[in-house]
Write a protein that binds this ligand. Structure first.
Ligand code: AMP
Ligand code: GLY
Length: 426
């Protein structure tokens, strides 16, 4: 079959790479892709947030039998609904189910109603009441813009002055646009003795009946070493996660994953696709920090390379609601991804810098995020540019391999964290 993949980042490169290994897949199109994806797929230059345009393209391409929607924005807009209503097969939740990510207020309400462990919170749509709530509350406090904000709509405020400033940015200055019309104000979660809580991302396939977690991974969201600097889309990942043992996995399955699938069904919003659980280990057990309605980026870049089962087979099993019939298998060992970002990311950065890549060691692979080819020359085209990935027996071994190869890559202003894979693995 021929498959269309929607998206243009490192996550989509990893999905395209996994699909390209499937004996079921003949040809892959990617809308809109990047320079790395272009080596495996035919790029399609259509704005994937224009639902009508995507629908028309798929209608016109009778050779495409399946569409994978990877990014959050087209899912939130209802691209799955649009394509399904035109009779096409898709991977990705419909608009009502995708709200578990696109509205944090909805997600928090769901967790409260169904007793799924998460931080305590209140929701506000007017600045004055939000301000008076934080004035009478405890610090630190966490402010979250309700809608999608490129992973940047979360502010952790140490005192009233910061909280007032944050609420002003989100609700009055609209730093995240309409995403900030409503704000969720949350209790700050910690680990034991108020140390930062350990975090893990667990992506799971679900067809609305069965839920099958993938191997756990850990993201590094802050821009600089030691978790300093602003939140980003993710500066690097590793798998496995050392504290995520069988006991923790069972707790998450029973108290979080199964209840979430049941809650979405009970709300008349059955979720089909990948559910992403952003979790924190707290003294009271595992809690949900966030849900996403899709594969994570850059989590996917370390998770999918370890998948032994045919990804296309899993996608179809989800669409056809027969996920319980298949066995999903993973390689042993570890994988690390180090993100190379443009100078100034996540705030302000230039594009169009020439990228040079030396000979990479065997077993090291690159996933392109923001790249393009102009007259044959590879150039930067986004904030996160490349993910340098390596496998190893342990995270330490994979990490060493990845960093040895980071040194062979260059572009003007390139910055990356030097501590990916160190936390929780010491
Ligand atoms: P999110 O985009 O919701 O995943 O938030 C980004 C990051 O902010 C998370 O990975 C956590 O490190 C931190 N964070 C979010 N919510 C909380 C919370 N309630 N308590 C402590 N840290 C949080
Ligand atoms: N890496 C975080 C995310 O995909 O939302």
């Amino acid at each position: 079959m021929n498959v269309l993949v929607i998206g243009n980042g490192g996550r989509e490169h990893a999905i395209v790479a996994a699909l390209s290994k499937s004996p079921k897949v003949d040809k892959i199109y990617c809308m809109k892709g990047n320079a790395g994806i272009a080596e495996l797929a035919e790029l399609v230059d259509v704005n994937y947030c224009d639902l009508q345009a995507v629908g028309d393209w798929v209608d016109a391409h009778k050779d495409v039998q399946y569409t994978v929607i990877a990014p959050d924005d087209p899912l939130a807009l209802g691209l799955a609904d649009e394509l399904e209503s035109r009779g096409h097969r898709v991977f990705g939740p419909n608009k009502r189910a995708a709200q578990i990510e696109s509205s944090k207020a909805f997600a928090k309400e769901l967790m409260k109603k169904y007793g799924i462990p998460t931080a305590k919170y209140e929701t506000f749509s007017d600045y004055e009441s939000a301000r008076s709530y934080v004035e009478n509350g405890r610090f630190p406090v966490v402010l979250k813009a309700d809608g999608l904000a490129l992973g940047k709509g979360v502010l952790i405020c140490e005192n009233l002055r910061q909280a007032e400033e944050g609420l002003k940015q989100i609700m009055l200055d609209k730093a995240f646009g309409a995403a900030g019309n409503t704000v969720v104000i949350e209790e700050f979660l910690t680990g034991k003795e108020f140390t930062p809580g350990e975090e893990v991302s667990v992506l799971a396939f679900t067809d609305g009946k069965t839920i099958v977690p993938m191997i756990p991974s850990c993201d590094h969201k802050r821009a600089y070493d030691g978790d300093k600097g602003l939140n980003t889309g993710g500066m690097g990942t590793f798998t496995p996660c050392p504290f995520y043992d069988k006991e923790v996995a069972d707790e998450v399955m029973n108290k979080i994953m199964l209840p979430t699938v049941a809650a979405m069904n009970a709300e008349g919003r059955p979720f089909k696709g990948v559910l992403y659980f952003g979790l924190m280990r707290t003294p009271e057990g595992m809690k949900v920090v966030e849900y996403n309605a899709r594969f994570g980026d850059p989590e996917t870049q370390v998770v999918l390379p370890m998948l032994k089962t045919d990804l296309m087979e899993i996608f179809e099993a989800v669409t056809d609601e027969r996920l319980s019939d298949i066995k999903i298998e993973w390689e042993e060992g570890a994988c690390v991804c180090v993100v190379l970002a443009s100078g100034g990311y996540p705030v302000k950065y230039e594009k169009g810098k020439e990228i040079t890549i030396g000979d990479l060691d065997e077993g090291v692979f690159l996933y392109h995020a923001g790249t393009k080819r102009e007259n044959g020359v590879l150039k930067t085209d986004g904030g996160r540019v490349l993910g340098v990935c390596a496998k190893g027996k342990t995270v330490a071994e994979a990490r060493e391999k990845a960093y040895a190869n980071v040194k062979k890559i260059h572009f003007d202003g390139m910055h990356y964290r030097t501590d990916i894979g160190i936390k929780y693995n010491r």
